[in-house]
Design a protein around this ligand. Structure first.
Ligand code: MN
Length: 422
């Protein structure tokens, strides 16, 4: 068995240059077609491999998979088999797609097993039971703290001792391509003592990466930083849409609520932690030292280039920012260890988002709140119009990829369009 991450691996499936999905990636997702109800698939180049077809025709024999495991509208049952089984399936799919493997390549079945990506509709990859959003970028937390509190004490005293987070809303997480209506809510204008009810005037995106779990724990037990990765199936891009004016009026004392829970968007392909293995990076140095239950050894961050684009309804897209997943102060191992240290149980298909990922320079800020400094500055669009926040008809597109020696492990687009308020 060859290493699935080997940068020299080639597939008999044509993979266009700059494709997010070379044979080294092989992310899992759920797709449907005009004739097929949702089933599990793997992306390669501009094609989707139908895992139900592979299993029903014996290509996955010997892996101990139960019948119908891929013939489902979510990946939860498959992910629930655990990290090792996910790896075995990905290894086998890699083997079948390698250039020198004839099993599928020479079979007439390949026309049925591989569908053009343009012919499929991507669906939610998992049924998300629980969603948590962290706040793990030091630059983002510093920017927000400077804006709303005190630039000299931008980080609150707890921030460097724990990955701060809150419980979000799972039911309103949607897959890329789903439009979102501008939310309405209570807004407190500066010239009034009482709130106004109206559509948000400060609609924003947040550039985030989220991980999806492939294991569960019993109430009362916890996951160590060392064991955390065994519970992580992989990653998706995540847009934590935010209504800043609603958020600003409601968030004291219990934190984000209706300013966040009207919708969040994820990219449809779950890029496995295995595929990102060659792109590990050392995270920022953590000073002061963390408590022992949060200590980690080795490189726990990932070098994934991220970008956000805004596409106005009748104009060309413009890049708003470029950032990187490696900037995260708190890594995923620490997030999962902290989340469970009190005995909180996790479930298969939980989603844990990073928090807005801002980098050190203004061009790397991961929200309009920071890019326009809460509307104090304007961004100029290609058609000459200005933006302080998102307008009706605008689409926000998040992209991300890791790259080495011409091999690019990408996520596909995480896109959402804003429609007028109901
Ligand atoms: Mn967020």
């Amino acid at each position: 068995m060859r290493n699935t991450n080997d940068l020299n691996l080639k597939s008999w499936v044509e993979v266009p240059k700059n494709s997010d999905f070379p044979i080294q990636n092989l992310p899992f997702g759920i797709f449907s077609t005009e004739y097929l109800s949702p089933v599990a698939g793997v992306a390669i180049g501009n094609h989707v491999v139908d895992l139900v077809y592979l299993q029903e025709h014996g290509y996955l024999d010997g892996l101990g998979l139960s019948a119908g495991i891929f013939n489902q509208k979510y990946l939860n049952d498959f992910f629930g088999l655990g990290r090792e089984k996910i790896r075995e399936v990905r290894n086998r799919v890699s083997e079948l797609l390698q250039k020198d493997n004839e099993e599928l390549r020479l079979s007439p079945a390949r026309e049925i097993a591989l569908l053009p990506m343009g012919d499929v509709q991507m669906q939610m990859p998992v049924h998300i039971h629980n969603y948590t959003d962290f706040y793990s970028s030091e630059e983002h937390a510093t920017n927000v703290g400077s804006m709303f509190r005190d630039p000299k004490n931008a980080l609150l005293p707890n921030w460097k001792h724990m990955p701060v987070g809150y419980h979000g809303r799972a039911s309103s997480i949607v897959v890329s391509g789903t439009s979102i209506h501008r939310p309405k809510g209570q807004i407190k204008l500066s010239d009034s003592d009482i709130p106004t009810f109206c559509p948000t005037r400060k609609l924003d995106f947040e550039l985030e990466v989220a991980f999806i779990t492939c294991g569960e724990t019993k109430l009362g037990r916890h996951i160590t930083t060392r064991d955390a990765e065994n519970y992580i199936a992989g990653f998706v891009l995540f847009n934590d849409w935010s209504a800043r004016d609603i958020q600003n009026w409601e968030y004291v004392p219990l934190g984000p609520f209706l300013g966040k829970n009207f919708g969040s968007t994820i990219s449809p392909w779950v890029v496995t932690l295995d595929a990102l293995e060659p792109f590990r990076a050392q995270g920022p140095e953590q000073v002061p030292h963390v408590l022992p239950y949060l200590a980690v050894e080795g490189a726990k961050n990932f070098d994934v280039t991220l970008e956000v684009l805004l596409q106005p309804e009748r104009s060309t897209e413009i890049t708003l920012c470029r950032s990187n997943f490696k900037y995260m102060y708190w890594n995923v191992n620490q997030q999962l260890a902290h989340h469970t240290i009190n005995g909180c149980n996790i479930q298969v298909g939980d989603l844990y988002a990073s928090g807005t990922i801002s980098g050190p320079s203004p061009g790397s800020y991961g929200s309009l709140l920071e890019l326009t400094w809460n509307g104090q500055k304007s961004l100029i669009m290609p058609d000459g119009s200005e933006r302080k926040f998102i307008e009706d008809g605008d689409s926000i597109i998040i992209r991300g990829h890791a790259e080495k020696d011409g091999v690019r492990i990408g996520f596909g687009d995480c896109t959402g369009k804003i429609l007028p308020a109901f």
